[in-house]
Design a protein around this ligand. Structure first.
Ligand code: ATP
Ligand code: MG
Length: 479
């Protein structure tokens, strides 16, 4: 979409440097290579980089000191450390100092690519200003002029700079993540890091260690210390996405952290005070979850000091024309299709839809319509075809699934099976993860990327279902 991201690669071994540069350049990054730590520092003063990838042992200035100085100068610049086994402790220490993440050598190139992509997204998230309203920019923006959206902008303006916890609510696809980003960018912590955790994408067993960190030996498999996201976000903002998906035990721990403003790593005795502004989001009905005893009422009150509600798209159809225009402009560039316009009738058709998936769904429909129209004016027929396709895709592809569910329910009705929900989800997961890992020839990072889950989730599911991949026993397994 925008210009290629700039990566500063610091590696003193010439052959390693050239291999890494090639891989990153193939992914479309603009790569600058330097071999010394002190050179890296002066380069980064003169140029704007989106991500830094650095070796830990360097001539001139070692990686640890480099992290410290770079992070102090540019706190929003993500730094990825490449480190050998013997130096893991230093790398962990560096995360505490503000490094974004580290890779254990030897690692797969897939791992590097995945991490750099994540770091770039995070860098853009923090540094690229998010516009609001009706500006037809090719960059990320919150689009919409309706009264409801105007109110939302006002609310963002009112609460962004206050150091309070904010809960963002809204149906799926309404733009909660964009709102979180706006709250961050307009806060007085906009120069400090923004760290995001998707609570739904990380298995329950690993989430607490992700949030609070752990000491070596805290549980089976905890072979080294880990710095949690709270500690990493110290001085900045922590975005807890899908907070409605937290287990009750993690909710209790989170509540304590919010009240006491300090954490304890799992298995650790030390109390570490953290200064973190929490922004949380959920599409779930938390009041209902409280009634069902799935969400703690005290945590809800703690989180909802300020609630920002993002309106559903069907409550603001007057925003649809401008959203459509924005997506046409944006995706024409991205898909390499000549800019085209859209007929009024097609826009009306889009305005009359219910949009249960909100802006995300509209965005998908516009993308598909663009592809269908191939540079010609987008007409109502194009839109109709795309809408029909999406409507059909559910029942059409899922006849087998419907039959399967019917059988399961029959078993439940005649008392043969009392756990059909768990069983169905497990079977689907086993199939999904099994097929993905086979197709990826055992490369967990790749399979996880395809499925849109974290590598931790991937690993947990593979263990759970006994799907032991043959390869990729290196860096991703250590992560
Ligand atoms: N007002 C808006 N203007 C422009 N794009 C938007 C707007 N709202 C949402 N989008 C786009 O729609 C998609 C979904 O937005 P986002 O991920 O923020 O939704 P969400 O509320 O977090 O959804 P979920 O609950 O499913 O996580 C993104 O691609 C986002 O850029
Ligand atoms: Mg979201």
């Amino acid at each position: 979409m925008s210009s290629p991201a700039n990566v500063l690669l610091i590696e003193d071994d010439a052959s390693a440097a050239s291999a890494l540069r090639r891989v990153l350049a193939d992914e479309g990054y603009h790569v600058t290579v330097v071999g010394r730590g002190d050179d890296a520092l002066s380069r980064s003063e003169a140029n704007v980089f989106d991500v830094v990838v650095t070796d830990l042992r360097l001539p001139g200035l070692d990686g640890m000191e480099l992290v410290r100085r770079l992070h102090a100068a540019r706190p929003r610049l993500p730094i990825i450390l490449m480190t050998a086994h013997g130096t893991t402790d230093t790398a962990i220490e560096a995360t505490k100092q503000g490094a974004y993440d580290y890779l254990l050598k030897p690692f797969e190139m897939e791992e590097l690519i995945e991490l750099v992509a994540k770091a770039c997204a995070s860098s853009r998230f923090m540094s690229e200003p998010l516009e609001m309203g009706d500006s037809l920019t090719p960059h990320d923006a919150i689009i919409g002029n309706s009264r409801l959206m105007q109110e939302l902008y006002k609310e963002i303006g009112r609460v962004a700079a206050k150091p309070v916890t904010v809960l963002i609510r809204g149906e799926t696809g309404t733009g909660k993540e964009l709102v979180a980003r706006a709250l961050y960018q307009y806060s007085d912590r906009a120069n400090a890091p923004f760290v995001a955790v998707n609570c739904a994408a990380i298995p329950e067993t690993l989430l607490e260690s992700e949030l609070f960190g752990h000491e070596r030996g805290a549980f089976t498999g905890a072979d080294m210390r880990r710095i949690g996201r709270f500690e990493q976000a110290n001085g900045g903002t922590l975005f807890l996405d899908e907070i409605g998906d937290l287990s009750l035990s993690t909710q209790a721990k989170l509540l304590r952290v919010l009240q006491e403003k300090c954490i304890q790593r799992l298995g650790g005795k030390e109390t570490i005070s953290v200064n973190v502004r929490v922004i949380a989001a959920t599409h779930r009905d938390l009041e209902m979850a409280i009634k069902e005893k799935l969400f703690r009422e005290d945590l809800f009150y703690r989180l909802s000091v300020v609630i920002v509600a993002v309106p559903s798209l069907r409550l603001r159809p007057e925003d649809i024309p401008i959203l459509v225009k924005y997506f046409i402009q944006r995706y024409s560039v991205e898909l390499g299709i000549p800019q085209s316009s859209i007929q009024a009738e097609a826009v009306q058709l889009l305005q009359s839809q219910p949009w249960p998936g909100n802006v995300r769904e509209l965005e998908n429909v516009v993308q598909q319509t663009l592809l269908l129209a191939r540079g010609y004016v987008l007409g109502a027929d194009h839109v109709r075809q795309v809408l029909a396709r999406t409507a059909q895709s559910l029942p059409g592809t899922d006849q087998a699934l419907t039959g399967y569910v019917t059988d399961l329910l029959a078993n439940a009705q005649n008392g043969k099976d009392g756990r059909i929900y768990t069983r169905a989800i497990e079977q689907l997961e086993r199939e999904l993860f099994g097929q993905a890992i086979n197709l990826a020839h055992g490369n967990q990072a790749k399979a996880a990327r395809w499925l849109g889950v974290s590598r931790l989730t991937m690993r947990e599911k593979l263990n759970r279902f006994g799907l032991h991949p043959s390869q990729d026993k290196t860096a991703s397994d250590q992560w």
